[in-house]
Design a protein around this ligand. Sequence first.
Ligand SMILES: Nc1ncnc2c1ncn2[C@@H]1O[C@H](COP(=O)(O)OP(=O)(O)OP(=O)(O)O)[C@@H](O)[C@H]1O
Ligand SMILES: [Mg+2]
Length: 263
Amino acid sequence: MTEPVIGEPLVVGAGVAIEYDGFRAVDSADFVVRRGEKFVLIGPSGCGKTTLLKAIAGFLHPTAGSIRLDGVPIGEPGPDRTVVFQDFDQLFAWRTVLDNVVYALGVAKEMRGEAARERARAMLRLVGIEAAGDKYPHQLSGGMKQRGAIARALALEPRILLMDEPFGALDAITRSQLQLDLNAIWRETGVTIVLVTHSIQEAVFLGHHVAVMSTTPARIVETVDTSAAQDMDTPEFLRLSHHLRSLLITPDSAHRSVQTAVE
Ligand SMILES: Nc1ncnc2c1ncn2[C@@H]1O[C@H](COP(=O)(O)OP(=O)(O)OP(=O)(O)O)[C@@H](O)[C@H]1O
Ligand SMILES: [Mg+2]
């Protein structure tokens, strides 16, 4: 299978600041997400990753600067920007997995009946849970629920798939499997993905570009091109992982604060 082509800028953030009641969570953030790429946001806990993702989704609006999708400032949330979250309770508990996808197609795309069921089945096939279509969310493992959430998000054919630590609550083996499968899904669909993670390894493995955020108020300190490092057993993978670690973690910060206290 040929790799999807990564194209021109799709989402452009310029000087983005986002505030909650005067508290500045994100400050002067500049970023470019290209059409068809997997773009990763990484940063310390509580720095502003979810805040920035929510602004791309349209749930929050910048207080300064702008975020544009294809040149148009992002407005309200819409089915062209679907979101997958970390928690396992995203699917409606009272609908089967298949009906969760069918329902979303009805609401967002006015697609109903056999056409919607056929599309929903294709999406479940894409994420590897076609056989579980008639099960209810409580009958699924965490990994299967995340696959269901991804299927529902992709069914709407978003221009951009937003993922906020989608694998953060999974065990290590399931997480590795879902990382591999997300790459396969991307190859098949060519969908543009913005993914938030805490994991350096996940960032390098999945991302074409990784934007490293600082502590609050979060700026983007560097955007690292990781497109040549998607095989973990390569020196380039190790080099980029070290580089990201050096941007995220200051080994002598504890030592420095002790020194400051002594002075
Ligand atoms: N609704 C809100 N009202 C006020 N402050 C908020 C709100 N949501 C987030 N914040 C604050 O904004 C900052 C950034 O939060 P955000 O959730 O974006 O961080 P994050 O990088 O996603 O964190 P984590 O890695 O823990 O998911 C934090 O200081 C947080 O307390
Ligand atoms: Mg978050």
